[in-house]
Design a protein around this ligand. Sequence first.
Ligand code: ATP
Length: 452
Amino acid sequence: MPDAVTMDKLVSLARRRGFVFPSSEIYGGLGSSYDYGHYGVLMKENVKARWLEAMVRERDDIVALDSSVLLHPRVWEASGHVSGFTDPLVDCRHCKRRFRADHLAELECGVRPSKHPGETELCDLTEPRQFNLMFQTRIGAVEESGMDAYLRPETAQGIFVNFKNVAQIARRKPPFGIAQIGKAFRNEVTPGNFIFRTLEFEQMEMEYFVPPDEAERWYRYWIEERLSWYLRFGIRRENLRVRPHEPDELSHYSSGTSDIEYLFPIGWSELEGIANRGDYDLRAHTEASGTTLEWVDSATGERYVPHVIEPAAGVNRSLLAFLVDAYAEEVVAERPRTVLRLHPEIAPVKVAVLPLIPRNEDMVGRARTLYEELRRVVVAEYDDSGQIGRRYRRQDEIGTPFALTIDEQTLEDETVTIRDRDSLAQERIRISGARAFVLDKLAESWTPPKGD
Ligand code: ATP
């Protein structure tokens, strides 16, 4: 773990710099709901773009999908969510709080936070009751003719019910996959933990359809592939581990699941799950809908129900892991600095352009021209407010890998300084070559610098 990255420090930075705000704050906040500010949005878009590149753009065997949040309610009956997507909950008759029965050892008593629920003489817990995590809503303006529906608790089912459409149109033969990014909703009873677990979140899920006898091989393949994605974008190896589920943890549909876990400030926790779902989903929807979901080879007539390997990741949880891994506090020239050493492809802003003396019109003019040239090709930021040192610190805190400074010398010899966020090295380059220089730098391979 770099330094002592606590959740409190991250929450504070995220808020101070406009990554993440508590939702509905002026009304006192809504538990387990967060809003993303400017840098949070840019960073979230980068996480999703890197996933889509790796899963779809760089491959021939996976296509994209964007299915509805609201699906026919029978989808959730067939998938097993109506009957089985539950958490066991207990209520405390004394403090009136509700707890996950299977997480009591990690939770705080509502009256004495140093104790776990059930540990004090005042605690009066009910028996566990199964509580469905799906948010219910109603479709239709007229109450009597309306239809109960659910906000999707995962994006995967939208993929399964489109299997036939996509398999026909995409002209793909197993193994092939369908990838989707989208919002999911779960009525979680949660102890907080910032954006780790929220009521509303975004998932990045891919269902990979394979011949049954190849399922085990592809399951192993996707564990490695997904692990390498986190490494590729800068998460340190020592903070990642793969944890296979014990047989009694496996979902009803799964013959094998492994979690990629990250060492969050709350301890090792799931970042992504990779499941071997067998043919459970396609068979369940075939039976419930009457539409046969299988693969038929038009040339040979061979037919079978593909097995499914599912890497399911969370956008928000990934973003949190990237932030935790990047966060560092250090002392530079006897002054403390907080820096986010984000991979340049994850960092919300790639380059900042700063005129050294904001009152100097020539410097400001050159800086604005350079900024306008750069923002055509990368996310750039122009800043002429305050001391240069403070402006650097601000860019460090939002993780901007490069800063270009326009100073007196620029006006004489057409050069600018480029400052590297990680090494703090400064180099003079020609202003005419700045755009190419920055693009080359961003394309260079990047590994997390040591020094924590
Ligand atoms: P957990 O055990 O943490 O509840 P899960 O096993 O139920 O997670 P999956 O159904 O496998 O999660 O969902 C895939 C991914 O979606 C998770 O690995 C996580 O990154 C993300 N995710 C799931 N629930 C939430 C949530 N409430 N808030 C934020 N992200 C979530």
